[in-house]
Write a protein that binds this ligand. Sequence first.
Ligand code: SR1
Ligand code: MG
Length: 420
Amino acid sequence: MNAHAPPNAPRYRTLDMPGILAFLSGLPDLAARLGGTRAQWTIREVSDGNLNNVFVVDGPRGGVCVKQSLPHVRVDPSWKMPLDRTFFEASYLRDIHPLVPGLTTRCLHFDPDLFVLVVESLAGHAVYRTVLMSGVDWPRVVPDIATFVARATFGTSVLSEPFERVFDRHALYARNQTLQRITLDLVLDDPYHDHPRNHWDDVRLDDVVGRIRTSPAVRRAVDALRLRFLTCPQALLHGDLHTGSIMATATDTRVIDGEFAIYGPIGFDCGMFVGNLVLRRFADLSPDAGRRCVAEIARFWDTFVAEFTRLWAAAHPTPSAMSGPCAFFVPDADGASPGRTAFVRAVFDDMVGYCAMEIIRRIIGYAHTADFDVIPTHDARTERRRAALSFACGLLDAHGAQGDVEAAFGALVREDVKGF
Ligand code: SR1
Ligand code: MG
């Protein structure tokens, strides 16, 4: 028995690099995938997120990525945490890979004692946030993510599957409570009141933070979005779909890091992704950053809606075919479906709201992002963060009243963002 193992995981130990190589050499399929002998394998640590250890192992034939839960938050060992997050990530990959085979990685192995997950290695891919920060963009990524969200959510909802199957899966992910608690606290709650986890580095943000916290309209929107997150299990979500959860090349996009998987409102995944595009917009000092950002959001939303409604129509092509799992929103004789339109409109409202909450928590909450680090001076960084917070505050103030991308995000086109 390992003295450092958590009581409910007696065989757990945190693997160091030699330990990972030994672990892999004991798994014939993975060893064959790497090729050669253990002595020929190389290993490097690529841990980038806040929670886990991650390594890439390469052999003469191929590579794998190895992720292990720690009994604490990786970036804060005093924050203790159960180990089960890699179990939920493995489950998520197994559930969604058939729906989005080219847009995520395959789960190759999960060890329930060591909480080690092994997935395909993405050689040559870069973290999308890093790509954007370097001033590069690859036009394929945004529509690929829209397609990913549409397929992964539609395919795990009662719109495409018998409710019994959906409810069983929902029950499994309902156990992912540690990470759901993190999202609830860090994304949806802490930033809206004083909390020791919040932080920002300039008092010039205080007034806009005060505005966010005292606006009755913001409060109502935040309450409603928080409640929807807990009470609206529309589909299986990725749950943490920021630009650091995406690896890409110019021609290939993969969503990684599904450990926050949970049933919830589809607009949460959309909003988290779009919120990170908006954060990038405010950190980008080039003159047409706003125009490009609005165009990307429109492309995301249009692609998402087109794919989601295509899947829905394909599942139920005619009114007389409405006998499958989803006898909702039977199309009218003229093909129109007001019920479906209302469903998609609610996803849009959720996307706008969660986008705003993602922006706010990334600037004043616990887990900031690196986007603004590319701005050379402290004053300019503060000004851009202030503008981003003001914009997000405006999104929540008017939440539910913006009917389309232009109404919600059109103001991003203005070059002078100070006026938000
Ligand atoms: C303690 S975890 C903080 C954040 O890191 C993850 O990637 C999630 O975004 C979470 O909110
Ligand atoms: Mg992550």
